[in-house]
Design a protein around this ligand. Structure first.
Ligand code: ADP
Ligand code: MG
Length: 631
């Protein structure tokens, strides 16, 4: 509980104690006239009333001044002042008291779920230890330049993305990925900011600026998440805008019309007191706090719960769309496969194998494609970038560049066709990198990728959550595509697609699906960022990799685990279900109470109990969204 909340709690206790003590004061026995007794009683009750309600009254007055009259402060102020004017002192104080208890509970609950998120977001690095002339110096991570050497000691957070140049250690990545298994790192491993160094001292050469590093990017994302409102949230704020004035006028009518009718049409006593009291009860009941608070809180909790699992959702609107997912389209490389290719053969090589690999690694040295990284790893030596110039990467085909002054090309058969080079077909069901130097075919490198450990389970889990169809799109050869699709039991596969073809394929699928069905695309952002943006929902793998993916996607899976797709859908469904439960429950109880209040069956006590009760239940229900069901 924070200071502000503690203060409110103290006010509640003091006011409640005073109110209870007043019950034991024998006002009737005072040797005074009744009107004096009333005044003394009023003054006595004003003390607990003002202790508990002064801020609400202040806010209500401020609202009137700012011409934003109809809010819950106004409702509470009118209802309680009205009750006191009618001589119902206890009720006036009690309504204020319960209202404040409800507010306190609510702010506590919101604070708690915010803390949950910031716990997850405990990745903001505060400083970096930079190494200068053999000494380390603690600096603001913002000023560390790319290529600087930073030292991370045990217990510290990695402040900036980079590559380990010295030392071994284990990193705790759980704040980023939700994965509890620590990751071993040693020289040449890439590390991302936000991880916590557990044991050894490591030196890191930074590869990004602080602002471009993973931790900063993620924080930026999450901070912006709540500004994207979902349909239900918009509905609630519109609803409140119409609803509150409507009930205020309703209450006014209830206070005035029946007495007038009684008096003028029926010739009876007007009974103003009864009807004004009913109108005030009506006002207390009508306060829409439960809805106004519980809906955003549910979404907030849903996003927080997902975050704890390493699933970053960029806004509550995506939870709504995600819940209706019926088609899931996958990219292959890096999404369903690890994207770590092993060289499994070299065929028809006109050069020494090592030389061919060297050319391949050099020509690929500027590419971020998983194939390129794998070839550089196969080469294994430091690359002298000055040997390479005029690099050109053709999406979905390969790369060409000048290496040592020779024109080298590495890519698939499409690239060879484009360059007019005769190539040898390969019969293995693997990915082929054809190589050409100065227009001469030099043979091909056969590389194969590994399916991700959870990929098959992920497809099965999606089917179980009610996804109609899983579709895989790939730029790779038909043979490889079919093999992977068969292994994973994917329903449909389309291969040899250029990045533009992937967009077209998704557009075609989008036009076929029903209006309420959602299509999700899952990719790694390499050669598929446009598709991520085009789908109803873009889910990016590889927060540990491509920035383009994080930018273009609506949802980011921090640890590249495809099993998290089904989990994300489950979280979204649970969250939306809770939102609807709360909407129906709160509106239902409100309507019943309003009718009872108007008929004079419900008094103000019942009204305030109903209001606070509904709110507490709705908030507790909302908090459930934080806890994610097991798959
Ligand atoms: P996927 O759909 O499997 O993610 P991409 O669209 O990224 O595939 O690439 C499709 C194909 O294009 C690859 O299978 C490969 O044959 C070729 N390719 C793309 N980039 C490169 C590269 N940098 N080096 C060699 N081949 C490449
Ligand atoms: Mg890809």
């Amino acid at each position: 509980m924070n200071k502000k909340q503690k203060k409110v709690l103290i006010r509640i206790i003091v006011s409640l104690a005073l109110m209870i003590s007043l019950q034991f004061v024998p006002f009737d026995l005072l040797p005074l006239e009744q009107s004096y007794i009333n005044i003394i009683q009023l003054i006595c009750y004003m003390v607990p009333y003002l202790i508990i309600g002064y801020d609400i009254l202040k806010k209500a007055v401020k609202g009137i001044k700012n011409k934003q009259i109809f809010d819950e402060n106004f409702l509470m102020a009118v209802a309680t002042v009205g009750a006191i004017l009618l001589g119902e002192y206890e009720e006036g104080v009690a309504v204020m008291l319960f209202y404040q208890i409800g507010e306190l509970f609510q702010s506590y609950a919101v604070g708690k779920s915010r803390r949950n998120i910031s716990e997850l977001m405990d990745i903001r690095p505060d400083y970096a230890n930079i190494e200068r002339e053999g000494k380390t110096e603690r600096v603001d991570p913002d000023i560390v330049e790319i290529g600087s050497v930073i030292v991370v000691k045990p217990g510290e957070k990695v402040p900036i993305d980079g590559v380990v140049i010295e030392g071994n250690s284990t990193l705790n990545t759980s704040a980023l990925t939700g994965e509890s298994i620590p990751r071993e790192v040693s020289a040449e491993d890439e590390v991302i900011s936000g991880c916590i160094n557990l044991d050894g001292v490591i030196k890191i050469r930074t590869t990004k600026e602080f602002g471009e590093s993973t931790a900063s990017k993620i924080l930026e994302l999450v901070e912006n998440a709540s500004s994207r409102k979902s349909k239900s949230e918009n509905f609630i704020s519109k609803f409140a805008r119409v609803y509150t004035p409507a009930v205020c006028y309703g209450a006014l009518a209830l206070a005035i019309l029946p007495p007038l009718v009684r008096m003028l049409a029926m010739g009876l006593e007007p009974a103003w007191g009864i009807w004004v009291y009913r109108a005030l009860t009506f006002l207390v009941i009508s306060c829409p706090c439960a809805l106004v608070i519980s809906i955003p809180l549910s979404f907030f909790a849903g996003i927080g719960g997902a975050g704890k699992q390493g699933i970053l959702i960029k806004g509550s609107n995506y939870l709504e769309t995600l819940a209706d997912t019926k088609y899931v389209v996958f990219d292959k490389t890096g999404t369903m496969t690890l994207g770590v290719f092993e060289v499994s053969g070299i065929h028809h090589s006109a050069l020494e194998n090592e030389e061919l690999i060297e050319y391949a690694a050099l020509v690929e040295s500027y590419s971020t494609h998983p194939i390129s990284k794998s070839l550089q790893k196969a080469y294994g030596k430091e690359i002298d970038q000055s040997r390479i110039s005029q690099v050109e990467e053709i999406s979905g085909e390969g790369v060409t560049a000048l290496v040592d002054g020779k024109k080298v090309a590495a890519g698939n058969h499409r690239l060879m066709k484009r360059l007019g080079i005769a190539y040898q077909e390969c019969h293995s069901a693997a990915t082929i990198v054809h190589m050409a130097v100065d227009g001469m075919y030099m043979g091909h490198i056969v590389i194969s990728d590994v399916i991700k450990p959870h990929a098959k389970e992920a497809i099965a889990a999606l089917k179980k959550t009610g996804v109609h169809k899983n579709i895989m799109l790939t730029g790779d050869s038909d043979k490889v595509a079919r093999q992977v699709a068969a292994d994973l039991e994917i329903d449909e596969v389309r291969s040899e697609l250029l990045p533009g073809d992937k967009v077209a394929a998704v557009e075609e699928l989008l036009s076929q699906k029903g209006a309420k069905e959602t299509l999700a695309f899952v990719g790694d952002g390499i050669n598929d960022a446009p598709v991520l943006a085009r789908a109803d929902i873009g889910i990016a793998m590889g927060a540990l990799g491509s920035d383009a993916a994080i930018e273009a996607a609506d949802i980011v899976l921090m640890d590249d685990d495809p099993l998290k797709i089904a989990k994300a859908i489950k979280i979204a469904r649970k969250c939306i279900r809770i939102v609807y439960e709360n909407i129906y429950f709160a509106i239902g109880i409100k309507v019943i109470c309003l009718v009872l209040g108007a008929l004079g069956i419900a008094n103000m006590w019942l009204a305030i109990f109903a209001d606070v009760g509904v709110m507490v239940l709705a908030v507790i229900n909302a908090i459930r969204a934080l806890f994610v069901a097991k798959l």
